[in-house]
Design a protein around this ligand. Structure first.
Ligand SMILES: Nc1ncnc2c1ncn2[C@@H]1O[C@H](COP(=O)(O)OP(=O)(O)OP(=O)(O)O)[C@@H](O)[C@H]1O
Length: 347
């Protein structure tokens, strides 16, 4: 195990997962990068088939990546042996799945479900266990459900109990796969707020994977996953304006990977009709991107401040959103596929 004090609680770098079915290869994760610091609550959102469940299944230790780095709380998920894997699942991580049947044993009450989870993890004994069961159910807002079975609870209550069960082993990291997938909008919001309360109260690092974009209203950081890679991030913060009033600000950033690649948002690619390759210019405080088609109109304007010009390949990315942070909409190093900016000198 690595030093858990100095590294993030979740670290994925260049993570690849290739499935082979009937001789056909599917690249579910294509070099995904993700860092989640201890105590952070982060949502990973993406369209169907973007690789969200694959990522969570790897982080939960149920599947192994094909290549790259995946570490959670110091455990190396690519190299861990079966004993470490069992200990990891019992003590380091807690899970909340979309289907209640996967979270709760139907013939046990909510309190008994928690007690069983504590028994497996060997956490909290005797009176301490009974007290902790009550505390966790109160924390997730379902104290009244302790003596009821899942079938006697609403969908929202079941998911709140599931969150309490996921916390029964006192995990460092809580992983949730579509925890609100079967709930209506109002109940989903309440369950996500319950998760936020848990994160703030216990400081447990929390990763929620979902296709529900409204999740970004409940977390500080939302990471967009597209075609098996992280593409953009939205950071939410609260600022106080000059009149002392609080305002909520959401900024969207493109994600730059270790070797300098980023995906241009689809709207940028479309608006500027970027294709095949683009021209890049290094300016004092930003990178300019211009269409690389032939013709004088497409050439970047001459600028005395320009320090270097290059071309880069673009694959016509398929991002669904537009960065809200940038007022320089044509800026950003171009890349939609495999080339790093400035890999090809302008001729
Ligand atoms: N066991 C598997 N065998 C073959 N292909 C798979 C397997 N699991 C996932 N895939 C493929 O990998 C890609 C990513 O799937 P994944 O389930 O991770 O996406 P997702 O974002 O969770 O989608 P959804 O929201 O629909 O569940 C898809 O193309 C999927 O068909």
């Amino acid at each position: 195990m690595a030093d858990t004090l100095t590294e993030p609680h979740i670290l994925c770098a260049d993570l690849v997962r290739i499935f082979t079915a009937d001789g056909v290869e599917v690249q579910a994760l294509q070099g995904l990068d993700l860092r989640v610091e201890p105590g952070e609550m982060v949502a990973v959102v993406g369209a169907s088939g973007s690789g969200k469940s694959t990522l969570l299944t790897i982080l939960s230790g149920l599947d192994t990546a094909t290549a790259g780095v995946a570490r959670v709380a110091g455990h190396d998920l690519l190299t861990m042996g079966s004993r470490e894997r069992v200990a990891y699942q019992r003590r380091t991580v807690g899970f909340v799945w979309q289907q209640t049947s996967r979270n709760l044993l139907p013939y046990l009450t909510a309190g008994e479900n928690l007690a069983v989870a504590m028994n497996v993890a060997r956490t909290h004994r005797g009176a301490d266990r009974a007290r902790r069961v009550d505390e966790l159910l109160e924390l997730t807002g379902v104290g009244e459900a302790r003596d009821r079975r899942p079938a006697e609870l609403s969908g929202g209550q079941q998911q709140r109990v599931a969150i309490a069960v996921a916390l029964a082993n006192a995990p460092l990291v809580l992983l949730a796969d579509e925890p609100t997938g079967e709930l209506d909008e109002e109940t989903s919001a309440a369950v996500l707020e319950a998760m936020r309360g848990v994160n703030e109260e216990l400081g447990v690092t929390t990763l929620i994977v979902t296709h529900d974009a409204t999740v970004s209203g409940h977390v500080r950081r939302t990471v967009q996953i597209r075609d098996g890679r992280t593409s953009t991030e939205v950071l939410r913060s609260t600022r106080v304006d000059e009149h002392g009033a609080e305002e909520h600000v959401a900024e969207e950033f493109a994600v730059l990977d270790r070797v300098g690649r980023l995906q241009l948002p689809h709207e940028f690619v479309q608006n500027l009709q970027l294709r095949d390759r683009v021209r890049l210019a290094l300016e004092p405080d930003h990178v300019g991107v211009w269409p690389g088609h032939d013709g004088a109109d497409a050439a970047p304007p001459t600028s005395p401040s320009r320090r270097g010009r290059h071309t880069a390949q673009v694959d016509g990315g398929t991002a669904e959103r537009t960065p809200a942070s940038s007022d320089d909409t044509a800026s950003g190093a171009a890349h939609g596929g495999n080339a790093a900016p400035g890999t090809e000198e302008e001729r």
